[in-house]
Design a protein around this ligand. Structure first.
Ligand code: GFB
Length: 426
């Protein structure tokens, strides 16, 4: 038996090791004398950083729900190189801990979480009990209903059966230098909300550690309700990244939390801002998504000249002299944009090599999001999840939705549909 926070857990394996490894992240959740279990998940390799943040919320709320019946710990999928993380001079982008990007104690206020690496260290012979690779049903649905069934695998899974019957996979790249396997592997066809899988996990699985692959297949239980926002609020950015962003705001944008009215309690559970509480710094914030979007979303992504025109209109409307641009644009495109806005001060976060080495492309994305989220007025890019996460951040900070849910228009897009206003529910 072991106990923490006054709760006693029976312990068939030695979990003390696990919790020593993640000492700052001990679960605060109560359930008497039950062995706890681990839910590990992964997402389709093709998905980007900001969709992955959305999948975290779905799984966190599944784990939140599971914890009403049993103690489950959410094992955080280590970050590895993605298509968009293209910097070659920042060292290897692999096996990155969540604490590089997010504040673990804050996540832990919502559900018990643990880094994959720490979980591994606690795992007897690096063997995960059960893996379910989620997949869509082959036949298209005419009438949507929730359903699930173990079926043959329809697609490549990345899991390979060994002669001894165990399954090998790369497990967030750790499997390349450690022999990590699963005892049991199945493909599970599923169509449903995240918590639809709860009875299956409670009744049909017996392993202590259960791995759900392609977790993006599961839908949000309830999009936009209070639990959704609790999960979102718990994803507080790591302090070291917020500090870099705050320093930049103060130095270049005359922006501090006191003057902008964006002072937040360090405990997210105490923040219940109302729309309009935040004023924002004296600058316009733009998320200008370029690279693959220029071609992939031709109709909705403006040319640089038209982007500059829209930016200038907003600067005049809001009587601002400075604009901060979060963008994945190459240097020449950014210089071109600047050349169209000579009357104004145009900023972009330009990190030192040291900072880039330390926090990689993911960290730079977060610093950009943090700075741009504090602007007096924000305008983003059509259907970019990068822009969506900024909009949510501004809802949490207490901005008026009118200053948040805006997107740039494409050159020939007369309709220029604006994003839905997903307002915070505290
Ligand atoms: O986050 P993400 O999935 O957003 O992908 P989308 C964009 C990635 O590009 C980020 C970089 O994770 C960053 O690495 N990036 C984009 C930026 N904008 C910025 C920026 O302003 N600042 C910095 N520092 N980095 C998805 C794609 O992109 O769109 C999917 O991931 C797919 O593959 C989908 O193409 C349609 O939602 O914009």
């Amino acid at each position: 038996l072991m106990s923490f926070y006054g709760v006693t857990y029976s312990d068939p394996y030695d979990d003390n090791i696990a919790f020593q490894a993640g000492t700052e992240n001990q679960p605060e959740f109560a359930a008497a004398a039950k062995p706890f279990r681990y839910l590990i998940y992964d997402v389709n390799p093709g998905e980007g950083f900001n969709l992955r943040r959305d999948v975290y919320m779905r799984i966190a709320n599944l784990v939140n729900n599971l914890n009403k019946d049993e103690v489950w710990i959410l094992v955080l999928p280590a970050w590895k190189k993605m298509y968009h993380w293209q910097s070659k001079d920042v060292g290897e982008q692999t096996k990155i801990r969540w604490s590089t990007f997010f504040d673990l104690p804050s996540l832990n206020h919502h559900v018990p979480v643990m880094e994959f690496e720490d979980f591994l260290m606690s795992l007897p012979d690096y063997s995960i009990d059960e893996v379910y690779h989620l997949q869509r049903y082959k036949e298209p649905w005419t009438h949507w209903s929730e359903k699930m069934q173990i079926e043959e695998c329809h697609e490549w899974t990345g899991f390979h059966e060994r002669p001894n019957g165990s399954y090998w996979s790369s497990f967030f790249d750790f499997g390349h230098d450690m022999d990590i396997t699963a005892k049991k592997f199945n493909c599970l066809s599923i169509q449903g909300h995240a918590s639809f899988i709860k009875p299956f996990l409670l009744q049909n699985t017996t392993g202590r550690s259960v791995f759900i692959d392609r977790a993006e297949t599961l839908l949000h239980d309830r999009f936009g309700n209070s639990l959704y926002w609790q999960a979102r609020k718990s994803m507080v950015f790591a302090k070291h990244l917020r500090e870099i962003g705050d320093e930049y705001r103060a130095k270049h944008l005359d922006s501090t939390d006191e003057t902008d009215k964006t002072v937040m309690d360090p405990d997210w559970r105490k923040n219940e801002k109302k729309a309009g509480d935040a004023k924002g710094g004296p600058y316009l914030g733009v998320h200008l998504r370029r690279k693959d979007y220029v071609k992939a979303h031709k109709k909705h992504v403006p040319s640089l000249t038209y982007a500059a025109e829209q930016i200038e209109n907003l600067l005049q409307k809001y009587k601002l002299k400075k604009v901060f641009v979060a963008t994945d644009a190459p240097t020449n495109e950014f210089s071109e944009l600047k050349s169209y806005l000579k009357k104004y001060k145009v900023f972009r976060f330009e990190p030192s090599k040291e900072i880039r080495m330390k926090y990689k492309d993911g960290g730079m994305a977060i610093i950009d999001q943090w700075i741009v989220a504090h602007a007096r007025y924000f305008i983003g890019t059509h259907v970019s999840t990068f822009s969506f996460r900024i909009q949510e951040e501004r809802e949490i900070l207490g901005f008026d939705p009118e200053t948040t849910f805006n997107t740039l228009c494409g050159d020939d897009d007369e309709e220029c549909e604006q994003p839905a206003k997903w307002k915070i529910v505290n």
